[in-house]
Design a binder for this molecule. Sequence first.
Ligand SMILES: [Zn+2]
Length: 212
Amino acid sequence: MSRATHVLQPGQPVTLAPAGNISFEIEAGQRFKLSQPEGEQVADLISFNRDDPRELLSMHSSRAVNLNWKLTAPHVLYSNRTREMWAIEEDLTAENYCGGGYCSEHLNVARYGAAGNGAPSCQVNLEKAVRGYGMDRWSFNIDACFNIFMTVAYDANGIWEIRPPKGKPGDYITMLALMPQIVAISNCPVLFNACNHYRLKPLTLEILQERD
Ligand SMILES: [Zn+2]
């Protein structure tokens, strides 16, 4: 019995509802495809070494090895032990935030005031997604989060700002798993800023069938 929220069968896409969450397992050598049917929707992805979940995705290691902070195809993403976890093979939007982090209730309150109290967040979504493994919010951290399809400005004058996403309807990313992993995704529920262009939309996930 799987402890993930879903078992993804190769070749069978699954829709992740707006603001939803999911976890699944992937084998080394399998390809994962994440699509934005309507565009302009951000996905917060964390992943763990299935055999030892203390090893998890690290945006810091990924930036430091690639010497790049706009990771896209054909970059490789690394773990907190600086081992290869994912190879990005295709990325139509080619816009992912690689600074780590996810929206949380405390961050929303700090930025948007009382309206953030109890509002949905990626932190809560990711917690729910990994709960079946006996993990909780302390099992992962902001460095582990790859913010797929998210646009964040680093302006020359020092401004760091979330800006409207650039994904077009049907845009997708495909990533080759380089180790067996537990993957958790939050379909980002934030409406306080431009992250999802003020409307929550579905995402589609699929483990691709093996190539001949
Ligand atoms: Zn979020």
